[in-house]
Structure formats: structure tokens, C-alpha cells
Ligand binder design. Structure first.
Ligand SMILES: Nc1ncnc2c1ncn2[C@@H]1O[C@H](COP(=O)(O)OP(=O)(O)OP(=O)(O)O)[C@@H](O)[C@H]1O
Ligand SMILES: [Mg+2]
Length: 369
């Protein structure tokens, strides 16, 4: 199997007066693992079903492997698809389910058996060939669905929340399996999820969607570290937001006041800050919990945010501290500190400084919610 490039060219879909997808453009190279990530109702499934051909776009065109397939029927697009619910044929065995797409394509019996065997091995279900779907666990059923989607070696594989129904542990092992499978096969994968961790671990690139539009496109690291809007910052990973006021800028360094008297300097190149930067403007300061530090009150140095430990939670590899700030509206800041196994010195009630390194601060205009 060799992947094909997919070019989504200003594709849009309206249902009556409602826009489900608004002119999305994505240029996906052959063999890429691209995730489409976004909240419920943001248009992910609509975009995917247009690529599959089950919905026709209201605008734009779709090019797969250099061929314009906008008007081509789904069965002639040679695309594999896995849906959120397994959608296996209940009256067919595992082997028969997997053989189905080959049968549809008129592939002879011998070749069919050979391909089904090989695919069963790939998804590690050789011993389950004769079982029926209801005799399998959720994860096994989903592996059958993946096998059925890849057995005819499609150059493009579409997956719509394929692991949504599985528990966390199974989901994580299936994520690795799908990723390895894709790397072995070389297929181009377009993977829909609303689970940001899943998107971060599996993807070459992530397309974040909001309200039918592309909010940001980039590598997982890029999206995580350089969110271009408060929406993306909030949606990917954990993020603290503090309301503040822009009080000035010197040498590319923006100064923000939080509450009455806490002054914070942010680096001039704070990505995402496209704000008007006029003195008095309301802004939002974004801080990742794992990029913050804690010190006893007074020991935090510059850019320290005074507060009081409200609760501390042991969360395995880190301690999560909820710090109630002494300024503004007394907002809570989440601070993640690596656990050292000896317990945390920051008991509830301790007066602390939250240390915010300049390079971990992101600034957004208040208008973006
Ligand atoms: N057949 C339809 N008729 C009318 N509106 C639709 C139809 N299908 C989807 N929509 C609307 O289009 C928008 C996008 O829906 P879509 O299913 O693409 O969202 P999604 O991102 O996949 O959400 P989820 O994470 O919940 O699956 C929604 O507002 C939805 O109500
Ligand atoms: Mg959906």
C-alpha cells in the first residue's frame, strides 16, 4: 500500500442556512497522518464524509492522487473508512467481514483468502477468524473494522473517532497499533477525534476545527506550544487563563497588570498576540500548568504571582496544586510540579509565589473567548 496525496480545496458544506463546514483548505501529502480535532459540532464528520463521498460539498473540490474526485461516487474513490461505531456485519464472521470489500471488488476466492489471512495477522486476530462480532470485545471489534478498511490496500484511510467507544487503556494501545500499522502500510490517514491527547500522540499534523472553520494547522508541538488563538490554547492541553490589563511595551516586551498591583512581563514575540496593544486594553494571559513553578511567598523573584495553596492532588507522575491568587478576582491557577516521591512541601494554606517563566507566557486579546 502506498499513500496518495489528498488536496481539499476550499470545500464547504451548508445544510439549508446552516454552515457545517466553511471553505476548508488542506493539502495533505502522501503518507501523512493528519488529525482533524475539534469540539462537538465543529464539522469534523461532515468534512470526512465529503472526502469519503457520502456527502457532496456545496463548494470546492477534492483531489486525491492528482485526480479530481469531487463528482466521483464513494465506491470509486478507493478509500478505506472506519466509523466510530464498529459497523461490522453481525451475521458474518470476522474473516467474512474482512473479506467483504474484496468480494465487492470481484477479487477471486484464493487471493481473497490470502489477503484476509495477511490482514488478520496485521491486526493480530488470526485466532478469531471464525468468530462473530458479538463474540468479540470492543477493542477486537474495532480491530476487525480497521482490518476491513485496510484489506483492499486503499491509499487513503479515513477514520472517524474509531476508538471513541473504548476505555482509556485499550484506546491507548489501539492508538499505537493504528499508528504502527499506518507507518508500515504508508497510507495517508485522515483521523477525526475530539480527544486532544490522541491527536497529539498520533499525528504528523493536526488540523484544529472550530465552528466549521480551520482554527489552526500545524505539527503537534507547534499547536501545543504556539497556539494562535485563545480557543486553540484552551482546547489543546491544560491552560490557565488570567484576566489582565495591557499597561505598556518597551523594547518588544509587553507589560501586563493583573489585579491592582501584580506586574508581569511577557516576551515581545508572544505568538498569538495580535491584539491592538493599546494601554488599558483587557488581555488574557495564558500559562500551561506544567510550565509553572512554585516557591514560598517572597522567593519567587520577578514575574511571581502571589497566591495561597488551596488544594494539592497527587496525580501519579506529578503533583497538581490549585493556587488561589491574591489578586484580581482570586482566580485559581493550576500548577503541575513533578512528584519526587517524598511528598509536597506545599500544604493547603501555604502562601506561595507561582513562578511564570517569561517564555511560557502567551498573551491573547480578551475578545477571543
Ligand atoms: N445531515 C445534516 N443536516 C443538518 N445539519 C447537519 C447534518 N449533519 C451535520 N449537521 C450539522 O453540521 C454541524 C457539524 O456537524 P458534524 O457532525 O460534522 O460535527 P462533528 O465535528 O463531527 O461533531 P461530533 O464531535 O459531535 O461528532 C453540526 O452543527 C450539525 O448539527
Ligand atoms: Mg462527528
Amino acid at each position: 500500500m502506498i499513500g496518495a496525496p489528498v488536496f481539499i480545496d476550499r470545500i464547504g458544506k451548508a445544510y439549508g442556512s446552516q454552515t457545517a463546514v466553511a471553505e476548508v483548505t488542506l493539502d495533505i501529502p502522501a503518507g501523512e497522518f493528519l488529525s482533524i480535532l475539534g469540539p462537538s459540532g465543529s464539522g469534523k464528520t461532515t468534512l470526512l464524509t465529503m472526502i469519503a463521498g457520502f456527502e457532496s460539498p456545496s463548494a470546492g473540490r477534492l483531489v486525491i492522487g492528482g485526480r479530481d474526485v469531487t463528482a466521483v461516487s464513494p465506491d470509486r474513490r478507493n478509500i478505506g473508512m472506519v466509523f466510530q461505531r464498529y459497523a461490522l456485519f453481525p451475521h458474518l464472521t470476522v474473516a467474512e467481514n474482512i473479506a467483504f470489500p474484496l468480494k465487492m471488488r470481484g477479487i477471486c476466492k484464493n487471493l481473497r483468502a490470502e489477503r484476509v489471512d495477511r490482514t488478520l495477522d496485521l491486526v493480530q486476530l488470526r485466532d478469531y477468524a471464525r468468530r462473530y462480532p458479538h463474540e468479540l470485545s470492543g477493542g477486537q471489534q474495532q480491530r476487525v473494522a480497521v482490518a476491513r478498511a485496510i484489506v483492499f490496500e486503499p491509499p487513503v484511510l479515513l477514520m472517524d473517532e474509531p476508538l471513541g467507544a473504548l476505555d482509556k487503556k485499550l484506546r491507548e494501545s489501539m492508538q499505537l497499533e493504528i499508528k504502527q500499522l499506518q507507518q508500515r502500510l504508508g497510507a495517508t490517514v485522515i483521523y477525526v477525534t475530539h480527544d486532544q491527547e490522541e491527536a497529539l500522540t498520533m499525528s504528523d499534523r493536526i488540523a484544529v476545527m472550530a465552528k466549521g472553520q480551520l482554527a489552526q494547522l500545524g505539527t503537534p508541538a507547534d499547536i501545543y506550544h504556539n497556539p494562535q488563538s485563545a480557543f486553540v490554547a484552551d482546547f489543546i492541553g491544560k491552560m490557565n487563563f488570567l484576566a489582565g490589563e495591557f499597561v505598556g511595551e518597551t523594547a518588544g516586551n509587553q507589560t501586563i497588570r493583573l489585579g491592582d498591583d501584580v506586574i508581569i512581563d511577557t516576551p515581545g514575540a508572544a505568538p498569538g498576540f495580535d491584539g491592538p496593544a493599546r494601554i488599558g486594553d483587557r488581555v488574557r494571559l495564558a500559562l500551561r500548568p506544567e510550565r509553572l513553578g512554585l516557591a514560598m511567598r517572597g522567593a519567587g523573584g520577578k514575574n511571581a504571582l502571589p497566591g495561597r495553596i488551596e488544594t494539592s492532588v497527587f496525580a501519579g507522575c506529578f503533583d497538581l496544586h490549585l493556587v488561589r491568587t491574591d489578586f484580581g478576582n482570586g482566580e485559581i491557577i493550576q500548577v503541575q510540579v513533578p512528584a519526587n516521591g517524598t511528598g509536597s512541601p506545599f500544604a493547603a494554606g501555604t502562601l506561595v509565589d507561582v513562578i511564570a517563566e517569561r517564555d511560557c507566557l502567551r498573551l491573547f486579546t480578551d475578545a477571543e473567548a
